[in-house]
Design a binder for this molecule. Structure first.
Ligand SMILES: Nc1ncnc2c1ncn2[C@@H]1O[C@H](COP(=O)(O)OP(=O)(O)OP(=O)(O)O)[C@@H](O)[C@H]1O
Ligand SMILES: O=P(O)(O)OC[C@H]1O[C@H](OP(=O)(O)OP(=O)(O)O)[C@H](O)[C@@H]1O
Ligand SMILES: [Mg+2]
Length: 284
């Protein structure tokens, strides 16, 4: 039995999806223009598809699982389960208006024509806020719609904001924060669930490793207590004596988010020769 996974054929999520599978130790041969391939060392068959089609294929069981943006999952509104956030493809779905108009709040959207490729999500947002506006569905190049007189506002994906900026628009409302997620068919059998669990275990180990760094430093023994207090570690830091009398080497694991703050405190506390090393996999 092989589990069938759908990933984006080309576009924003393609490379990161493949990279994640590879970091999970799964060898896939993704030759150019291939629509289907099999992993050589894991019971996985990979389908390369348009991202818009992935929720439906997973609902229908044509694919058992898929990697796709939460924005697409919500827009397509298919019966699938979200099993894991994948940590890439981070963006937001926002309403934007011309930078020349004054925007004071969601009621300002009343009566406007909003161009978007996300009519379902925008409709839900308008209803929730009791605002009546006209949705104009277009499939791409949404940001030029106001400039060519097609709409008064848009709703599209934003990450750096440069596309909005280049089109003379400003972000008015963030409707959704999105990232790529792993979705699964709701009726997986026990054998399929078992393969999915195996894959999930690996994905979680890769995600944890990406969020953490291994740190090694030297410290004078009289500063050890203070330095150890600064370090969380997986259990507690490893402390080894150095050849030089009165010094120790301290090893620990730091989360990416508090990383720089902790490094500064460590230096201030007397740590020297600090080395920071990426972690490949992390299993707690
Ligand atoms: N600027 C961005 N930064 C980060 N993630 C993004 C960005 N734009 C889109 N994404 C995420 O990547 C997904 C795929 O975006 P892409 O632009 O490749 O889609 P597409 O053109 O619809 O592709 P397809 O040809 O598969 O239909 C989006 O649904 C979203 O989840
Ligand atoms: O805020 P920014 O960093 O500028 O990113 C936002 C842009 O990125 C996406 O398009 P993409 O570049 O994937 O091209 P597409 O229109 O072909 O999907 C999205 O549709 C926006 O247009
Ligand atoms: Mg698409």
């Amino acid at each position: 039995m092989k589990l069938k996974i759908a990933i984006q054929k080309s576009g924003r999520l393609h490379e990161d999806s493949i990279k994640l599978l590879k970091e999970c130790g799964i060898d896939i041969n993704n030759g150019v223009n291939k629509l289907k391939t099999e992993a050589s060392n894991f019971p996985l068959e990979v389908f390369f598809l348009r991202d818009d089609d992935i929720p439906q294929y997973v609902e229908d069981g044509v694919a058992d699982i898929g990697m796709v943006g939460e924005n697409v999952v919500l827009e397509k509104n298919r019966q699938v389960q979200e099993v894991e956030k994948l940590g890439f493809g981070k963006c937001r779905l926002s309403v934007a208006v011309s930078k020349t108009v004054e925007y004071t709040g969601v009621q300002d959207l009343a009566g406007l024509r909003i161009a978007t490729s996300y009519p379902v999500i925008v409709e839900q947002f308008l209803q929730k806020n009791n605002v009546q506006a006209e949705i104009h569905e277009i499939s791409g190049s949404v940001e030029i719609a106001p400039g060519i007189g097609l709409a008064d506002a848009i709703c599209d994906l934003v990450s750096s904001g440069s596309t909005l900026f280049m089109n003379g628009l400003k972000e008015a409302e963030v409707i959704l924060k999105s990232q790529a997620v792993l979705i699964a068919n709701k009726g997986l059998d026990a054998a399929q669930q078992q393969v999915l669990n195996k894959l999930l275990f690996r994905i979680q180990a890769v995600k944890k490793a990406r969020n953490n760094k291994y740190i090694l430093l030297n410290a004078p023994n009289n500063k050890l207590d203070e330095i150890i207090r600064l370090l969380p570690g997986m259990k507690s830091p490893t402390v080894l004596p150095l050849a030089e009398e009165g010094w120790s080497s301290v090893h620990s694991v730091l989360n990416e988010n508090d990383f720089w703050d902790i490094i500064e405190s460590l230096k201030a506390a007397g740590a020297q020769g600090i080395l920071v090393v990426p972690i490949e996999k992390m299993i707690i």
